[in-house]
Design a protein around this ligand. Structure first.
Ligand code: C2E
Ligand code: CA
Ligand code: CA
Ligand code: CA
Length: 281
């Protein structure tokens, strides 16, 4: 038993060290990623569930690493968040996502998405100059503030509630829309919701995935939709993968949806193809 324990420990130790090494390497490489033009943005459509219209797109970051290939955001955003690198990366995302939306609207007209959704990190949210920076980026691209949705999570706001709410209020005042991302996974109670200065609730995919099998989830989902309606919030259901899930959400009058059933996050060229198929309907 003792030797087995030892072997276990060795394996654990090994992977821990490997992980630490990989992490250090990634951090080092990440500093060069912007300059080397290795960051990419994939876009996932957001669809109106009653009309089937493609109304928006969420910008989701990818890293095309020369050695390791395409890296998902969960693997490197936490590393970037430990330094101020995240600020630089997110400014890049915001700038490119706005540029992309305006380019689509110019070249594809009516068929183009009306809005672009960009994720924020906590560090960015509490940056005093964030509203000013966002305004400058919008001006640069001559983009209406209403066309930009910034996505934040409950836990990001709760970490420093006063600063977070002040920042969100300033952004909203300038016309930018605020989405509460991953709603239902945080710790704030439903009764806090009216205190957050937000426009959209993005209901986490755990609700969507479980609603058909676990009755409690279906009841919660319904309660969230009623509450959102009373608070005048739009709802986007995340992670719709099946027609059954879509039908259930349509039955509950959920406004918007996002998920693999419509499309996975796509790089611009494929996204443009998708826009064309949508506009033919
Ligand atoms: P998120 O903001 O909740 O984005 C939705 C994630 O769910 C995306 O993962 C998307 O690919 C995935 N997804 C969409 N539809 C489905 C579905 O039907 N089923 C399943 N299983 N998954 C679905 P992704 O692209 O890997 O991004 C992961 C997270 O990384 C994002 O979660 C977001 O928190 C973060 N992230 C991505 N880009 C940025 C960024 O520019 N800045 C910051 N701060 N975070 C970002
Ligand atoms: Ca998001
Ligand atoms: Ca989400
Ligand atoms: Ca998330």
């Amino acid at each position: 038993a003792k030797s087995a324990g030892k072997a276990c420990y060795r394996v654990f130790d090994h992977t821990m060290r490997e992980r630490a090494e990989l992490r250090m390497k990634l951090e080092e490489h990440l500093h060069r990623a912007i300059d080397n033009n290795e960051l990419r943005i994939a876009y996932q459509p957001i669809v109106c569930l009653s009309t089937g219209e493609l109304t928006g797109a969420e910008a989701l970051l990818r890293w095309q690493h020369p050695e390791y290939g395409l890296i998902a955001p969960d693997k490197f955003i936490p590393i970037a968040e430990e330094s101020d690198l995240i600020i630089q990366i997110e400014s890049w995302v915001l700038d490119h996502a706005c540029q992309q939306l305006m380019s689509w609207q110019k070249h594809l007209g009516e068929a183009a998405p009306r809005c672009i959704h960009v994720n924020l990190s906590r560090k960015q949210l509490i940056l005093p100059e964030l509203p000013e920076r966002v305004s400058r980026t919008l001006q640069k691209h001559q983009m209406a503030p209403e066309s930009l949705h910034l996505e934040v999570t409950e836990s990001m706001i709760m970490e420093d509630i006063e600063v977070g709410i002040t920042s969100l209020k300033a952004l909203r005042k300038s016309g930018v829309q605020i989405d509460m991302d991953d709603f239902g996974t945080g710790h704030s109670s439903l009764s806090c919701l009216h205190e957050f200065p937000i426009d959209v609730l993005k209901v986490d995919r755990a609700f969507v995935a479980n609603a058909r099998h676990v009755q409690d989830y279906a009841a919660l989902l319904e309660a969230v939709l009623v509450l959102a309606d009373n608070l005048g919030l739009n709802v986007v259901a995340e992670g719709i993968e099946t027609k059954e899930q879509l039908a259930l959400l349509q039955g509950l009058d959920c406004g918007y949806g996002q998920g693999y059933l419509f499309a996975k996050p796509l790089f611009p060229e494929q996204f443009e193809e998708l826009i064309r198929t949508y506009s033919q309907h």
